[in-house]
Design a protein around this ligand. Structure first.
Ligand code: ZN
Length: 209
């Protein structure tokens, strides 16, 4: 067995750097996880969720899929990896925060938009997955503030939040004030986040508290 050299070297660096944290890993192993948030992000290799939030092991329950999409609640018995993770985080781990994290230059969103433009029918897994974006419209206010491409990425975040709220368990816990939903968009080039302010309906820059 040979891991790519870059990964093997990274692993041994991890082992050396975290040797003093052994107690912490032991504690996590024994006590289980109690993450402070679930993050639903894109699989894009450039979106390093733990790095963005400077988070340690055990802090974030992370789900990544193509274009950070949440399917609507569909209890029809098929294989729903995303829905299963959401249900587990909310029902079992009782996370107090659900975060949808989109990003700039999203290949999944761009591929979908190109396909729509070229009217390509696609029965691949990724083609089917991206049909979740069918009918999605970028908001004019988002386009005016951030440009058309980003506005479409923001629309996917809004859609994922709406779909999260179609899950009874999310409705229940949000209604009881035990769960807060957040929409964030990460700019790859600058490393900055904008956040959806649901009271005014716009994405705004994050300010340091
Ligand atoms: Zn992406």
């Amino acid at each position: 067995m040979s891991l790519p050299k870059v990964l093997a070297e990274g692993y041994w660096r991890f082992r050396r750097q975290h040797a003093p944290d052994k107690g912490r890993y032991q504690q996590l192993a024994e006590l289980g996880q109690a993450p402070s948030a679930m993050v639903i992000a894109c699989s894009d290799a450039r979106v390093d969720v733990s790095a963005i939030f400077d988070a340690e092991a055990g802090q974030l329950f992370i789900l990544r899929n193509v274009a950070n999409l949440v399917p609507p609640y569909e209890p029809e018995g098929k294989y729903h990896g995303t829905s299963a993770a959401i249900e587990y985080a909310v029902l079992v781990l009782k996370v107090p925060h659900l975060i949808v994290l989109g990003h700039s230059r999203c290949g999944g969103v761009a591929a979908y938009r190109a396909r729509i433009k070229d009217k390509v029918q696609d029965d691949s897994f990724i083609g089917r997955w991206l049909t979740m974006l069918d009918g999605l419209q970028a908001m004019d206010t988002d386009a005016a503030a951030f440009g058309r491409e980003t506005a479409f990425e923001l629309a996917t975040i809004r859609s994922s939040l709406a779909h999260l709220r179609s899950f009874p368990v999310v409705q229940e816990r949000e209604g009881a004030g035990l769960l807060t939903l957040h929409g964030l968009h990460f700019d790859l080039a600058s490393g900055s986040l904008i956040a959806l302010d649901e009271e005014v309906g716009n994405f705004v820059a994050l300010v340091e508290a």
